[in-house]
Design a protein around this ligand. Sequence first.
Ligand code: PTJ
Length: 252
Amino acid sequence: MKIDKNHPRYFSLSLREKLTGGIRAGITSEAGLIAHGRGEAFDYLIGEKTHDFAKKAIKAGAAYLLLAKKPIISVNGNAAALCAKEIIELAKLLNSRIEVNLFHYSRSRQIKIEAYLKKLDGKRILKANNFKKIKIPGVASKRAIVLGCGIGESDCILIPLEDGDRAEALRKMGKKVIAIDLNPLSRTARSATVTIVDNIARCLPKLYDAIKLLRKKDIKKLTGIISEYDNKRILSEAEAKIRYARSEKRAK
Ligand code: PTJ
C-alpha cells in the first residue's frame, strides 16, 4: 500500500509497510509483527518522539561504540526490514561488522537477511556459513549461537529489539551492550549498559550523527561522557514519561 506523506500517521504506517514487506520477502518473522505492535504501543505513550532521555543515551552509546576495540551490530528480522540502509551506514562509519542473529531462527531467514544486507554492502556482513560458531552460556534460544569472530570476540554490541535473555548473558560475558528498545521496563532495557528508549527508525540516524560528531573528540572526552552516564536514571525518566502520558490522557 502506498502511504500518502501527508497522512498524520505516515511514519508509523510506513514502518508497518516495511515490516509486512519484510514478511513477504522472508526476512521478518510473523512474531516480529507482534513485537512491533508492542513497540508501537510504547511509542504512542511517549508521543512518538525522541526525548532527552533517548538523546542522552544516544550520546553515551556513541561514546561506547567509538571507544570499543571491536564493535559489532547484531541484526534481526525486524531491524533488517525497518533499517537495513541505516545499519549499513552506521557499520561503515564505525568500521564495524554486522552479524545476523535470530530469535525465531530459521536457516532460510538467516540466509535471506544476510543476502539482503550484502546487496547493500558486501564488506560488512559476517556470513554465518563462513565462520566458526560458539555458544553463549545462559541463553535458552537459538540466539545463543553466535560467530566466534563476530559477537564472540566483540567488546561492544549494538542490539536493536533484543530479547532479555541474551542481553543479560552478553553483559555477564563482560561486554558493553547498547540496546534500542521502546519498552523501558523490558529485561533487555534493564540489563543493557546503555538503553536508547526510542524507535529504531527514529534513533539510528541520530546515533549516526552523534558518532560522526564525537569521533573527532579525544578519549578523555569520550570516557567523560560515559562516566557521567547513568542508565538507571535514563530508564526512570523514560518510565516517568510513560506514566505522565497515561495520567495526561485520562485527564482529557
Ligand atoms: O527476527 P528474530 O527472529 O530475531 O525476532 C525479532 C523479534 C523482535 C521478534 C524478537 O527479538 C522478539 O521477540 O523480541 P521481543 O522479546 O518481543 O522484544 C522486542 C522489544 O523491542 C520489545 O520490548 C518492543 O517494545 C521493542 N520494539 C518493537 N519495535 C520496536 C521496538 N523498539 C524500538 N523500535 C521499534 N521499532
